[in-house]
Design a protein around this ligand. Sequence first.
Ligand code: ATR
Length: 270
Amino acid sequence: MYEVYGIIGYPVGHSLSPVMHNLAFKTLNIKAVYGAFEVKPSDLEKAIKGIKALGIKGVSVTIPHKEEVIKFLDEIEEKALEIGAVNTILNENGKLKGFNTDWIGFLKALEEEKVELRNKKVVIVGAGGSSKAILYAVKKGGAKEVEIYNRTYNKALNLARKFSVKAKPWEELKDAYGDLIIQTTSVGLNSWESPVDEKVLSRFKVAFDLVYFPLKTRFLSLAENSGCKIIDGLKMLLYQGVEQFQIWTKREPPINLMREVLYKEVLRVE
Ligand code: ATR
């Protein structure tokens, strides 16, 4: 019998997780399939009950459910609780356990690019759901100073308090400087916009964009023009997926094949 895995989100049609995980299952000869399930926020509780009822083995959780899902699970690992978001569910004999692998995905992407966080000044743009895992990761990585800028200042303030970093008003982004700048907003997703201009980017050494549609966003193009090393969001997607796969199957996935299929797929869709 085939085991069933999947991703829940809304919308979820654009997700690249199915191609990545299905390739890994196939390569390792694991009898499993991974699908995409579009779940409206009002249906989240029913969907989670459905995981148990249908015996679905593992689930990826994406926008907008990562925070809400916590209250419907049986157990949450310590780190996911600290972050306040779950992106991975494991069904262990009918017990649903929540994990967060986004922060590891981010750190592994930096590691691959040989970017150090220790004693660095880090600027985070955006205070939405995905910036929580980033904040957790940069703190864990030993950044010396972390600033968070968000259009809605109160959200930056809340996150800054939670993670003991500095909140900054959106208007002051034009004066920002540091070593690493991380773009976590949805600006630039399927559009040619950047929340940060070239002059600001020229004051950084490394620019990371969580958005990967298009692969080279306007933010990354401007950053590259101004001399930054650039890191695209697909690397984080890859490594958070690698960690998920290990949690679900306890096996080592074929990382290079997964990477290849992700880049091929994103360039095909773009
Ligand atoms: P995600 O889970 O992807 O982080 P989210 O929680 O909806 O999604 O957060 C989206 C982020 O993009 C927020 O930081 C949001 O800013 P607000 O908190 O002010 O809403 C930011 N964002 C979205 N559109 C934006 C825009 N046009 N300009 C600046 N920031 C924007």
